[in-house]
Design a protein around this ligand. Structure first.
Ligand SMILES: [Zn+2]
Length: 248
């Protein structure tokens, strides 16, 4: 890393550990497709820079030191020799640049959420407890234009996300954002759970019972952020015990 650009403070070290941990944990959950899909986090104190998983690596291989540090123009500042996959840069950099609240940006093709994205006019039914904190923060992109190969496509997606925390991209898959890596990872897990439950519940043709909108409005985002912190603590603790090389 170029220390003139981003001093390796404790906060940056922690961000790297959390991003590498999120990759490892999502790998355990089967969320990666091939060596594609990408997780990124804005660098603490340097929101013009991002850390992102390296091109060509399984998430199960990612370590804190293998992450790529890049600016929003695509300049790679880390010196570990790793690169950023083109669509990863074109999706993540414009979202970080346009949405300061999107500290963490996670994109997968996880199966159940992507299955909902494949439906014509597919929507997430508001029927399951785990998604109550973000049911009203789900955006839908119906303008699929192939893989994101230009930053302009990422900027368009950022405009669709707006103040939402989940983007369901038709014919593609989901993006979740969060104010911390832990919060975003928890939202990713709950999103996949919710979509899986919906597909199971709908499989028999049953009508789903909607949750009272008043209850959804009353859910507390702060509590969710706290759950995200708790999740990340548990993920880091478990990985430190079972596959500690992720921290290196
Ligand atoms: Zn994708």
């Amino acid at each position: 890393m170029d220390t003139h650009v981003a001093p390796d403070t404790d906060a940056i070290t922690q961000a790297k550990i959390e991003l590498a941990a999120a990759c490892r944990w999502a790998s355990r959950l089967g969320f990666q497709s091939g060596v594609c899909n990408h997780f990124s986090v804005a660098v603490p104190g340097r929101p013009d820079l991002m850390l992102i998983n390296p091109e060509g690596y399984f998430w199960s291989e990612v370590t804190a030191s293998s992450l790529v540090l890049a600016d929003h123009k695509g300049t790679i500042l880390s010196t570990n020799g790793n690169t950023v996959e083109l669509t990863a840069f074109c999706i993540h950099a414009p979202i970080h640049a346009a949405l300061p609240q999107a500290t963490a940006v996670l994109h997968t093709h996880m199966h159940h959420a992507t299955a909902i994205c494949m439906r014509e006019g597919g929507e997430i039914a508001k029927s399951y407890l785990s998604a109550m904190s973000f049911y009203d923060k789900i955006a839908y992109d119906r303008a699929f234009d192939g893989a994101a190969l230009t930053p302009a496509e990422g900027a368009r997606l950022a405009g669709v996300i707006g103040d939402a925390t989940v983007l369901m991209m038709q014919n593609h898959g989901p993006i979740v954002v969060g104010t911390t890596v832990g919060e975003a990872l928890l939202r990713l897990i709950y999103l996949e759970d919710t979509c899986k439950m919906q597909l199971l519940a709908e499989a028999g043709g049953a009508k789903l019972a909607p949750i009272d909108p008043k209850l959804i409005k009353a859910s507390e985002p702060k509590r969710f952020t706290n759950y995200g912190r708790t999740l990340m603590t548990a993920v880091v603790r478990t990985l430190t015990s079972e596959e500690p090389d992720f921290r290196t």
